[in-house]
Ligand binder design. Sequence first.
Ligand SMILES: Nc1ccn([C@@H]2O[C@H](COP(=O)(O)OP(=O)(O)OP(=O)(O)O)[C@@H](O)[C@H]2O)c(=O)n1
Ligand SMILES: C[C@](O)(CO)[C@H](O)COP(=O)(O)O
Length: 222
Amino acid sequence: MKKVAIIVAGGSGRRMGTDLPKQFLLVHNKPVLYYTLQTFLSAYDDMQVVLVLGEEYVDMGREIIDAWFDNERIKITIGGPTRFDSVKNGLALVEEESIIFVHDAVRCTVSKELIQRCYKTALETGSAVPAIKCSDSLRLLGEDGNSEALNREKVVLIQTPQVFHSKILLPAFNIDYKDWFTDEATVVEAFGMKVSLVEGEKNNIKITHPLDLEIAARIIQP
Ligand SMILES: Nc1ccn([C@@H]2O[C@H](COP(=O)(O)OP(=O)(O)OP(=O)(O)O)[C@@H](O)[C@H]2O)c(=O)n1
Ligand SMILES: C[C@](O)(CO)[C@H](O)COP(=O)(O)O
């Protein structure tokens, strides 16, 4: 089955607090985005990538591709105001029936094994969403300022890549945006379908705050 990875790199990185969006910050002298692209392209020889970039960062994205990758395997498109819009713009370039991987560019410590595990499950069930157990205690906040304990065995933390058959993901994204669409799984469920969870990886962190960049540098071998 054809394989297309939509790598979303169109965010501004407000929580990171740097002028340059976090997907372009350096880890061991290479941009975060480099590692993400490298892992996806090496997971499968026939993996194609749609890279979604903010309009003002297209040249920077092209420089990364020209320096390290075969540009025949990577198409670029422009992101939108929300992650949902950016994914939707990426999906517009998917022309053939395929397994589609949607991945945050800033999860640059994703492993090939996780990508391959997700592919196999999506091929069998139509979807694969990586999840990990939570190792902290959890509480639900009430509006009255009180809180109640949650059973952490009933909660998982969700990662990307979120992987779907194109017959599911493409029609699902025709839905109108809702502010609780934080990932592809929420969109597909709103479309009326269930998703399959697969074992995620603790190392598959999302670079969100400055400390995450230091953790990524520890995970990635220079
Ligand atoms: N309009 C958007 C928003 C986010 N993303 C991408 O979605 C991924 C996860 O988003 P997040 O960590 O929230 O990134 P930012 O939106 O850049 O960060 P912040 O919310 O702190 O501004 C990132 O790779 C980001 O570039 C995107 O392509 N387009
Ligand atoms: C898609 C995601 O990475 C799954 O955990 C997450 O929902 C993205 O959230 P963000 O607030 O856009 O970083």
